[in-house]
Ligand binder design. Structure first.
Ligand code: ADP
Length: 404
């Protein structure tokens, strides 16, 4: 029997899950899977196994109307009945919002679950799905400890000026502030920095998490100083279908002059903008990079232009730069995007080694470059597994000390 941690990442229309061996170091998962298109036409995308434990079909049949709760309950039933060689000792969740309260992963209990529910209005499209997954596991296996890891928590080290908007104080006091997201990814990258950058790891580093959702984080001493996402995951860089930073006056225009409803504007900003909106072709960077259409080219150029602008702003608030790290789907795989972002930074002393960049090497800057440029693959699931094991271990030790 292998003790495992179930890692759950519950998105608005997807559910990613993985089983990790109990460890406080990065390990390979024993099983991973992903259900997409929940709510419309759910499909199990992938599940891989490890050694003799290969699993190809954790769900026998997924009904069209399967909810996150159904999928989680069904997954647990399979684990307990069919994959008996796995013994779940805890579940770790990616939870999008920890508000101002939670700066570290927490063990879920009734009290903090209530606080997390109160954050649903802060992230209406995501928080409820994270909490639904936690509740489904509580209902099915109340004895299984559960840990929540927050996308916002890593940014709590930022100073107040980075966090507040210039709006009437009563709204700031009502927690309408800049939280920042992708924190689990940044925490993972921060944990790898010393191994990759040596002494520069404790210097001024910009991490560019460029995926379907994209953001950047300025790290000093491996702590978050500034980040491009703000109150919501709409802010900052251009994304697959999200607009990134936008003048609030434009939103007022869509509502008041174009006569669009709030729901329509929300759909435009979250689902119809970004690379998809500008190109009119796709939200997928790989497809755009392969296209000859000038609109695809413009979408790519705008994506990179805004990334360079964000780098400039983060250098200014940090007062310098030692290294840039690219991560996530685009950051890890697209030599073109890395090149288009790094070339305009030549004035700063950034120079890529073209061969290293083309071949996705770990270090892609040339020996002459004054700024190190690296690719570090992110691993949010492993980070959640590690945080969960750490916390469960601490809880058990505290419990043992108390009862001794
Ligand atoms: P998510 O935010 O959904 O986790 P990912 O980090 O998986 O997204 O990134 C998905 C993005 O990465 C897509 O736009 C995809 O096209 C892009 N991508 C992956 N591989 C490449 C590649 N070789 N070239 C360009 N883009 C790529």
């Amino acid at each position: 029997m292998i003790d495992v941690v179930l890692v759950v990442n519950s998105g608005s229309s997807s559910l990613k899950f993985a089983l990790y061996p109990v460890s406080t170091e990065v390990t390979e998962p024993l099983m991973v899977g992903k259900v997409i298109r929940i709510g419309t036409d759910p499909q199990l995308m992938a599940s891989i196994g490890h050694e003799a434990l290969t699993v190809t079909e954790p769900f026998d049949h997924i009904p069209k109307d399967a909810t996150h709760e159904w999928l989680i309950t069904n997954l647990l039933e399979r684990l307990y009945s069919r994959y008996v060689s796995f013994h779940p000792v805890a579940a770790g969740h990616r939870v999008v919002h920890g508000g101002s309260e939670f700066h570290q992963p927490i063990v879920i209990n009734d009290d903090n679950m209530e606080i997390l529910k109160s954050y649903i209005p802060l992230a209406p499209l995501h928080q409820q799905h994270c909490l639904a997954a936690i509740q489904a596991i509580t209902d099915h296996s109340p004895e299984l400890p559960q840990v929540a890891c927050f996308d916002t928590a890593f940014h709590h080290t930022q100073n107040r000026l980075e966090k507040i908007y210039a709006i009437p104080r009563k709204y700031t006091e009502d927690e309408l502030i800049r939280y920042g997201f992708h924190g689990i990814s940044y925490q993972y990258i921060a944990s790898c920095l010393s191994a990759n950058l040596g002494k520069k790891a404790d210097g001024k580093v910009i991490v560019a998490h460029l995926g379907n959702g994209s953001s950047m984080c300025a790290l000093h001493n491996k702590r978050s100083v500034a980040t491009s996402m703000g109150f919501s995951t709409l802010d900052g860089l251009i994304m697959g279908t999200r607009c990134g930073s936008i003048d609030a006056g434009l939103i007022l225009n869509l509502l008041n002059e174009k006569g669009l409803s709030v729901d329509e504007v929300q759909d435009i900003l979250y689902n119809q903008s970004g690379l998809l909106g500008v190109s009119g072709i796709s939200n997928n960077m790989r497809i755009l990079a392969e296209s000859d259409d000038p609109k695809a080219k413009e979408a790519i150029e705008l994506f990179c232009y805004r990334a360079v602008k964000e780098i400039g702003s983060q250098i200014a608030v940090m007062g310098g730069l030692d290294a840039i790290v690219f991560t996530a789907g685009i950051g890890e795989n697209s030599a073109l995007i890395r090149k288009l972002i790094c070339e305009p930074l030549a004035w700063l002393g950034v120079e890529l080694d073209d061969n290293a960049n083309e071949n996705n090497h770990t270090k892609i800057s040339s020996d002459q470059s004054t700024i190190d440029v690296h690719i570090i693959p992110t691993n949010e699931q492993a980070m959640i597994a590690i945080s969960t094991c750490d916390l469960i271990d601490t809880e058990i030790q505290t419990f043992n000390r108390k009862s001794a």
